[in-house]
Design a protein around this ligand. Structure first.
Ligand code: SF4
Length: 346
């Protein structure tokens, strides 16, 4: 059975009815969990003790902070959280002028094998539950004392590989009885699972979908991302067109710039040809080096030329600002360091 924090309001209502309790208790409990973000069931002061006891017996998902790094430059917080089964995950809290944004993980590890990514080096351990995804946001709000207005599911894991939990996570986060976040303030990123992109499109949500493209031909993508062996670049681009057609939402293409691999002007021109005519946006991400892999960050000059070439071709483009560079740790690095220290008995 699902844990109580992972239940949508209708699932919680069914559960409450099964317990022979009045249905209004479901709305009360849901509010305590998702609006008031209580840390313990005993804080639900208008819920009968007997029911609180049952909720406690079910287990109440909580995360423990293992590491918190705070940037002196821009207030970015990087967290390593311990889950109740001992696994650890990373989440990031970022302050922007337009509000606070968090980047959360959707899985422990990842099985997608992207070669520039530290999160996949030990493969997939397991999917995160709905509550473990939500708790990353709630925990960061409690700890920082700040409200989150944008959520990006782009940390460790392939969100569409944890599809059902992702959808319930979005349902709870955006329900008016719960957290009431606008779907427009949620971004979900994928490395390109074509059937799942279409399935997501068919739900007609108003979230932003971001595709990790990272190459301009099938061959380039295959070098960086094993998923490109399964789905051709044309199939992935078609799925993105389908996403726009079904939802009316502009797709974002994430393009990690790797020095001398995919960052030339010729690459930029090919990228422009590939996505020409689409209602889209390109987000350029200069990669952070990973010590286990031999990749270097693009030179500033190459990044600018790449951007300029896209702009000349009338493509919307931004360069992702590197947040918290004084606490710099590429995605997945905190978790890897923790695990290798643990293995070494430090
Ligand atoms: S980039 Fe994303 S999809 Fe690729 S291995 Fe890393 S976590 Fe998985």
């Amino acid at each position: 059975m699902k844990d109580i924090k992972s239940m949508t309001l209708s699932e919680l209502t069914d559960y409450i009815k099964e317990q022979k309790e009045p249905a209004f208790r479901a709305a009360q409990i849901y509010k305590w969990i998702h609006q008031d973000m209580v840390e313990h069931p005993s804080q639900m002061t208008n819920v009968p003790k007997k029911l609180i006891q049952k909720i406690e017996e079910m287990g109440f998902t909580e995360l423990t902070v293992v590491t918190r790094l705070v940037s002196k430059q821009d207030g970015t917080n990087k967290f390593l959280f311990r889950l109740q089964d001992g696994n650890v995950i990373e989440s990031v809290f970022m302050k922007y002028k337009h509000g606070n944004s968090v980047c959360i993980s959707s899985q422990v590890g990842c099985r997608m094998g992207c070669r520039f990514c530290a999160s996949t080096l030990s493969g997939l351990v397991r999917n995160l539950t709905v509550s473990e995804m939500l708790e990353q946001i709630y925990s960061m709000e409690r700890i920082t004392g700040e409200k989150v207005s944008n959520v990006v599911v782009m940390g460790t894991g392939e969100p569409l590989d944890n599809f059902d939990n992702l959808v319930d996570f979005i349902t709870i986060l955006t329900s008016k009885e719960g957290r009431n976040l606008s779907q427009r303030n949620i971004t979900v990123s994928s490395c390109g699972l074509v059937p799942e992109i279409k399935k997501l499109a068919d739900l007609k949500l108003s979230i932003t979908f971001a595709l990790s493209l990272h190459g301009t031909t099938g061959e380039e993508r295959r070098k960086l991302m094993p998923i490109a062996n399964k789905y051709s670049i044309d199939e992935v681009i078609d799925a993105c067109r389908y996403y726009f057609d079904r939802t009316g939402r502009r797709v974002t293409f994430e393009y990690a710039l790797v020095k001398d691999e995919n960052d030339s002007v010729a690459h930029a021109k090919r990228l422009a040809d590939l996505i020409r005519g689409m209602n889209c946006h390109v987000n350029l991400i200069p990669v952070n080096p990973i010590k286990e892999r031999d990749y270097a960050r693009s030179e500033a000059d190459s990044i600018e030329k790449f951007k300029y070439t896209l702009e000349k071709n009338k493509i919307n483009v931004t360069i992702r600002r590197s947040m918290g560079s004084d606490i710099d740790a590429a995605c997945g690095q905190l978790r890897r360091k923790y695990e290798s220290d643990a293995a070494a008995g430090k």
